[in-house]
Design a protein around this ligand. Structure first.
Ligand code: HEC
Length: 104
């Protein structure tokens, strides 16, 4: 019985994790990919114009901490506008994790 409950709990956590990942990918495609590109490379017209760097590059990833990325996304940085009115802190945190996954 205990084992069954554990299994149910584990599959619920797994489903919730998947839902979050899907949201981050969707939010990225909707709000960020126009500049940063779908794959995080920054290889878009807007990206080239505004000077975004490739998040596939570990050196670029090392330039900011998760906290700094969170702040830049929330409050804006350089040519990037603030997203705190559009996205919840949870969504922004999920986007930071999404960005880290672009690293090669
Ligand atoms: C209008 C184009 C544009 C859009 C849209 C955009 N960004 Fe950016 N982003 C930039 C530019 C340009 C920089 C470099 C800013 C600088 O260092 O001056 C940047 C920098 C960043 C950084 C690095 C922050 C740091 O502290 O160095 C992160 C993380 C980031 N963007 C995430 C996102 C996320 C997540 C979204 C979508 C919610 C997004 N960006 C949407 C243009 C954009």
């Amino acid at each position: 019985m205990k084992k069954q409950i554990l299994l149910i709990a584990a599959s619920m956590v797994w489903a919730a994790g998947n839902a979050l990942a899907a949201d981050a990918a969707e939010n990225w495609a909707k709000n960020c990919a126009s500049c940063h590109a779908k794959d995080g490379s920054g290889n878009t017209m807007m990206g080239k114009k505004s000077g975004v760097e490739s998040y596939a590059d570990p050196k670029v990833q090392a330039k900011f901490t998760d906290e700094e990325a969170f702040k830049s996304i929330s409050e804006g940085k350089g040519k990037m506008k603030a997203f705190k009115d559009k996205l919840t802190p949870e969504e922004i945190k999920a986007l930071v994790a999404h960005i880290r996954a672009f690293k090669k």
